[in-house]
Write a protein that binds this ligand. Structure first.
Ligand SMILES: [Zn+2]
Length: 147
């Protein structure tokens, strides 16, 4: 198998590719993430969970939105994963927010698109978190990666 094919397979798997350094992704003028020339989405491997609150859903990011910029600025130690998978199923670890102990590891989880990414890209006219539910609900990764 050649390297390009291996890369595509890894990016398409639910595990994705864990970055050693966030600088491994380039950001296009529009704000998209590029990994070795491929457009990718970005998510965080470890999801911290506080049992006193309902589980907060982590999102995947399709562009360099305000949320991910803040996250990267505040915590450079997150393990960032890049992926081109289109079914929204990604491998994550759930950790206790204080002890950092793993509660569930390698859990394949359905993640959803970050609304701030939709806003930044004005995806299909997305301009407001309160009124644009249908654009969020109808968001399709396969379509996103085609354009
Ligand atoms: Zn985002």
């Amino acid at each position: 198998m050649d390297d390009a094919l291996i890369l595509r397979k890894k990016l398409n798997s639910s595990v994705g590719i864990e970055l050693k350094n966030i600088g491994e992704v380039a950001i296009t003028e529009e704000g998209y993430f590029l990994y070795k020339g491929q457009r990718v989405l970005l998510y965080i491997r470890d999801h911290y969970y506080n049992p006193n609150y309902p589980e907060r859903e982590y999102k995947y990011h399709i562009c360099n939105c305000d949320t991910i910029q803040e996250t990267i600025k505040n915590d450079r130690f997150n393990r960032y994963v890049v992926s081109t998978r289109t079914d929204g199923l990604f491998k994550i670890n759930v950790r206790h927010f204080l002890t950092r102990k793993i509660i569930k590891d390698n859990k394949v989880t359905q993640l959803h698109v970050c609304k701030n990414c939709l806003l930044k890209l004005q995806y299909h006219g997305y301009s407001n978190h309160r009124t644009a539910h249908s654009i969020y609900d109808g968001f399709d990764l396969a379509t996103f990666f085609l354009v």
